[in-house]
Ligand binder design. Structure first.
Ligand SMILES: [Zn+2]
Length: 87
C-alpha cells in the first residue's frame, strides 16, 4: 500500500491531451515536467491510498470536478514554460 497524489496522474494525462492540439509548443521531457510542476504547485494535492498504480475508476467523479481547474492551470503553465524554456 502506498499514498499517491493522484492530482499528478490527472495533470500528466491532461497535459498530453492539451499538447496534442498544439504544434508550436516544445514537447521535450524537460518542458513537459516543468509544465507539470508549474501546474501542480498551483493545484491542491489529492491524496489517496493505492495498492498499486492508479485508481481511476473510483475517482472518476472527482476527476470530472477538477478537470476544469487542471486544464486552466496547465494552459497557463504551457504558455509560461514555452516563454522561458529551460531545456
Ligand atoms: Zn523543451
Amino acid at each position: 500500500m502506498q499514498i499517491r497524489n493522484y492530482m499528478e496522474d490527472m495533470v500528466s494525462d491532461a497535459l498530453e491531451e492539451l499538447l496534442v492540439q498544439k504544434d508550436d509548443i516544445c514537447k521535450c521531457q524537460k518542458c513537459k515536467l516543468d509544465m507539470m510542476v508549474w501546474a501542480l504547485n498551483r493545484l491542491p494535492p489529492k491524496y489517496a491510498v493505492s495498492e498499486k498504480g492508479r485508481l481511476f475508476t473510483k475517482l472518476e467523479e472527482e476527476e470530472t470536478q477538477f478537470k476544469a481547474d487542471v486544464t486552466r492551470e496547465l494552459t497557463k503553465a504551457i504558455v509560461n514554460i514555452n516563454k522561458n524554456p529551460r531545456h
